[in-house]
Design a protein around this ligand. Structure first.
Ligand code: ADP
Length: 496
């Protein structure tokens, strides 16, 4: 880690800005405080970045507010081309970006490369949407007037992102905001600021005007976020993170009547029906459980398997998980990286212990690894008993909790019996059953014979306490647009 001039640092040979981005310039935090960025595979410090304060937050909000009008006036094609250029740069620099994601977050390089492509695709998708913002023209029912409907940028946005997909959660919000013509303040998670700083520098390079995107890294989220919301300049809040923090932010947003999108926790049920293709079901379960080491809001949290196939399914799942290579994500071939920090690792271990104390059987893994880094073995628990903590909390780790069921009604009741409703997975070859269950699951997304649902072209989001609004897809940009209509008392000329 060398310190370079002008607030840039070099991390593993990659140059990254280390300051706050406010009004187009990179600067140190007021007071000069910095915070450490750790590599969870080694527990060592890999970088030091600015630790933003309330003063910095307010400066960033003012910069966004100042940039808003000019940015809203920019031609859609201009906005679109900036996003295209950023997409292209990200793909050109895929390897570097992937290394930074792995270094600060821990996921294996292959998954990090996938995240870069996924994140970049949000820019391409919204580059295509930027020039397709339409409106309406209609004749009033009484024939005496016309209504013209237009869509305009909602205004300055506050974007708050989590650490588990540090690039993609940023681009999923920045992409539509840029396309719609909104200025922004981005507050990334303290564990993973480097990805966001690189993303911001790529957008700057792509021609995003000064002040349109401001970035405040900080270790004290509350000191930055609440003052920005209270200021009254922000018109839109988009948050991805825990349900607990989402509820706090919804209250803060309510005080200013700020439009709010929330992507909160999930507790995904994964249903393996009696007729499921076992190979497909096991593969999907591995993906839904192990992607990102289980640190995903879409992770399969409760796996329900029909009793008639439970032994076969569980044996195959245990074999697959036990065979996965755990280690430093930078090592090629590693499939499972560390948990983000010691607290998260300890939480996962506590959940395993609790389930076992209540009667679950460990058939794979079950332990942490000694030594540096926060590794947990891929774990399969069978006969998980009702009341176990991991059934009504997000595990956020590589632990598959398997239960059995007999009837469709019984499994639907169990699957829907939580306050969450992000995603559910169904494994069946029966088309009628597939649609019945897809319709009855109380979720925003369904994976049918597949373990991954995320794609920029589809509307991602949940119902119940999993959130408000959708990101991606055709509707993704709507979250950043206000509807206005112009009423015209147009009289029709009488015909002679
Ligand atoms: P996780 O449990 O996955 O870390 P959090 O909800 O705690 O999820 O964090 C998601 C994002 O919310 C991060 O950027 C974090 O800094 C931010 N955050 C945490 N607490 C607050 C808060 N009180 N106000 C605003 N943002 C917060």
């Amino acid at each position: 880690m060398n310190t370079h001039p002008a607030n840039t640092i070099e991390v593993h040979g990659i140059e990254i800005p280390s300051g706050l981005l406010i009004g187009g310039s990179w600067r140190a935090a007021s007071g000069g405080a910095t915070m450490d960025v750790m590599n969870p595979a080694t527990g060592s410090v890999i970088a030091r970045v600015a630790d933003g304060t309330t003063e910095d937050a307010l400066a960033a909000a003012h910069a966004a507010a100042e940039a808003q009008q000019g940015w809203a006036a920019a031609a859609p094609r201009v906005r679109s081309e900036i996003l295209y250029r950023a997409f292209e740069t990200m793909m050109r620099r895929q390897e570097e970006l992937a290394r930074i994601v792995t270094l600060e977050m821990g996921k294996p390089l292959t998954e990090a490369r996938g995240e870069v492509a996924y994140a970049a695709e949000f820019f391409r998708w919204f580059a295509e949407e930027a020039v397709r913002i339409d409106g309406g023209y209609s004749r009033r029912p009484d024939g005496l007037g016309r209504t013209v409907v237009l869509r305009q940028p909602v205004g300055p946005c506050l974007l708050i992102t989590p650490w588990n997909f540090p690039l993609a959660m940023g681009s999923r919000k920045i992409g539509p905001a840029v396309a719609a013509g909104c200025s922004m303040v981005l507050k990334p998670a303290p564990q993973t600021p480097l990805s966001s700083l690189l993303l911001a520098s790529i957008l700057q390079e792509a021609g995003l005007p000064d002040g349109v995107l401001n970035v405040v890294t900080t270790s004290r989220a509350g000191d930055v976020v609440e003052p920005i919301l209270t200021l009254g300049m922000i018109r839109k809040l988009s948050f991805t993170g825990s349900t607990q923090v989402g509820k706090i932010l919804l209250k803060q947003a309510a005080a200013q009547v700020v439009r709010t999108s929330l992507e909160l926790g999930g507790n995904a049920p994964f249903l393996v029906m009696a007729d499921a293709d076992l190979e497909v079901a096991v593969e999907a379960a591995v993906q839904a459980k192990m992607r990102n080491m289980g640190e995903a809001c879409t992770a399969a949290n409760r796996i329900y398997v029909h009793t008639s196939i439970s032994r076969e399914f569980s044996t195959r799942l245990a074999e697959r998980l036990a065979g996965m290579r755990v280690g430093d994500g930078l090592t090629e071939g590693v499939q499972v990286g560390p948990m983000i920090d010691a607290a998260r690792r300890d939480k996962v271990l506590r959940l395993i212990e609790d389930a076992v104390a209540r009667g679950a059987r460990v058939v794979a893994g079950g332990e942490a690894f000694a030594g540096t880094g926060y590794f947990v073995e891929p774990t399969v628990l069978l006969d998980v008993q009702p009341g176990s903590d991991l059934l009504d909390t997000e595990i956020f780790g590589p632990v598959a909790a398997v239960q059995t069921f007999e009837t469709v009604d019984e499994v639907l009741r169990a699957a829907n019996g939580t306050e969450w409703g992000l995603v559910g997975y169904v494994m069946t070859q029966d088309v009628d059953l597939a649609f019945e269950i897809s319709e009855k699951l109380e979720v925003g997304m369904v994976g049918l014979n597949v373990g991954i649902v995320s794609t920029p072209s589809a509307p991602f989001g949940g119902i119940k306490q999993s959130g408000l609004g959708r990101e991606g897809g055709r509707v993704g940009i709507e979250e950043y647009l206000d509807v206005k209509y112009i009423s015209m008392p147009l009289r029709e000329r009488s015909h002679s």
